[in-house]
Design a protein around this ligand. Sequence first.
Ligand SMILES: Cc1ncc(COP(=O)(O)O)c(C=O)c1O
Length: 350
Amino acid sequence: MERIPLAKPYWDDECEGAALAALSSGRWVKGPQGRLFGEEFAKWCGAVSAVPCQSGSAALWAAMRLLDIGPGDEVIVPGMTFIATATSVSLAGATPIFADIEDDYWCICPDDVENKITDRTKAVIGVHIFGQVFSPKLREICDRHQIALVEDAAQAHGATLNGVKAGAIGDIACFSFFPSKNMAVGGEGGMITTTRNDLAEKMSRLVDHGRNDELESIELGTNLRISEVSAAIGRVQLKHLQEWTDKRRENSGSINHSTLIRPNSQHAWHQLCVFSDNPNQLISKFNEAGIDARVHYPIPCNRHQVYSDHAQHNSPLPVCDAIAHRLVAIPVHPSISQSDIDRINSVLNP
Ligand SMILES: Cc1ncc(COP(=O)(O)O)c(C=O)c1O
């Protein structure tokens, strides 16, 4: 019986042809593939502009720089997310402030965000966790307090809120193309998008040493550029993204789970997580049935060692603390078959 993995990167002749053509062109960086990938991605998600970069983490750091966030500033982030959401703030020299998550949709809790806004708060990074979009209240809160809203859309390619795709909901959005993500680029990769005309030019500069057309560095940036090979592969994968997203939705509909979906939204199902009071036992059952399963994300970000000096290191985030170690991710990716789904369901409902 073949093992069912949690993710399966897509590769076909077209991806291979695009990669080889980019290599053979002799133009390995700063060429047409990167430019077209950005343009096509912006069009796909409805953003004003998009720039590919080296990873989702690089995109998040660039988002902080784009908003001139630095020492003395605070940025509110959810307690339950991949650590890069928080460390991007720290790497910019600012302080992440951890907010609790919703007990129903598992995204950052808008009420806790509002409680934690101070006169130092420059932005909120909302994460579309597992592909579930964050609350629409975040936009309203950020507008009222005149602070920026950044989407961590690393897990949310194709998710929508009120008909608007992830990537066009906040001021800035950050995507990851890590191999397990909903689309990939044959290595590391990311994308930063913006809905603001005033940020578009600066966004392209930041990934290239903050340089203008005269090659003068006018602000702090670094080399976060994507390679032409990765961009070429990304352009092929982007053409499949809608069909893959539809298939993830179909698969999630056939798996016996009780994850709630936010009203007026469409989930991107990067992960399908099931809540379990005994996650280790559930993971063992999946493993015995030849199915990969894993807890996402067992340690709330504020409790990681990297934040041992943070004022919130030992502070409770009651919902994060209660559920973060009890969410078990199981396969939902577009390559699973009906018989795989039957196997998954037989573990969930023996
Ligand atoms: C929510 C979230 N934010 C940020 C990242 C960072 O992306 P990358 O691994 O491409 O740096 C990831 C991916 O692992 C993620 O899941």
